[in-house]
Ligand binder design. Sequence first.
Ligand SMILES: Nc1ncnc2c1ncn2[C@@H]1O[C@H](COP(=O)(O)OP(=O)(O)O)[C@@H](O)[C@H]1O
Ligand SMILES: [Mg+2]
Length: 238
Amino acid sequence: MSSKILDIRDLAVSYGHIEAVKGIDLSLNKGEITALVGANGAGKSTALLAISGLVKAGRGQVLLDGEDIVSLSPHRIVQSGIVQVAEGRAILTTLTISENLALGAYTRKDKAQVAVDLDWVYSLFPVLKQRAAGLAGNLSGGEQQMLAIGRALMAKPRVLLLDEPSMGLAPLMVQEIFRIVREINKTGLTVLLVEQNVRQALRIAQHGYVLETGKIVLQDTGANLLNNPKVVEAYLGG
Ligand SMILES: Nc1ncnc2c1ncn2[C@@H]1O[C@H](COP(=O)(O)OP(=O)(O)O)[C@@H](O)[C@H]1O
Ligand SMILES: [Mg+2]
């Protein structure tokens, strides 16, 4: 049995009087990939933004190794080890690739380890190394997603939050991104993966949660969810 690194309890988020996340319980086992899947508008991004402190939770707890971080600033949450790759790959297009990566590590004091992590990111994404001095804005969509993930890794996360990393990418690049998420996880990093690509996400995730209009309606192992008739019917075109 793995231990919980992140334990989310009764998390609710409203925009004005619309409750987008309606009191969800979700936990991440250390070292695992957990998938959070659901249709467009289900509240997946809102849940991630609340975990990152970028939107304020109306109620609930986000326990990182037992400590509630829900009221910390986004900056402190990153420092505590929860790092999100935003939906839509928010990289800085007018900076170079190496500058974007350096920004990921800017609060870190362990400079020797930063250099080691940079080598690791460049080995995960050789194209970023080849084009390190080039402008990030000249990368393709898939390469920009790689840069966004690489930049998050440079912050030395303990928990990596990925919001739709495969969105809008060509099929081969989608495969490549899922392969990389798996490879990153194999180093022991805990991942919360939000995806509309339900099949691919559940294939690589040990556990999964299904979110519908702000509520968790199913949770199980990734393999069981892939075979769950409700999931097949609603999300897998069965
Ligand atoms: N900034 C916002 N202001 C108001 N409503 C929002 C905002 N962001 C998202 N919503 C609404 O909250 C609900 C959940 O959205 P979101 O978390 O983006 O879902 P998902 O990521 O699953 O597609 C949707 O109904 C969406 O329209
Ligand atoms: Mg979203």
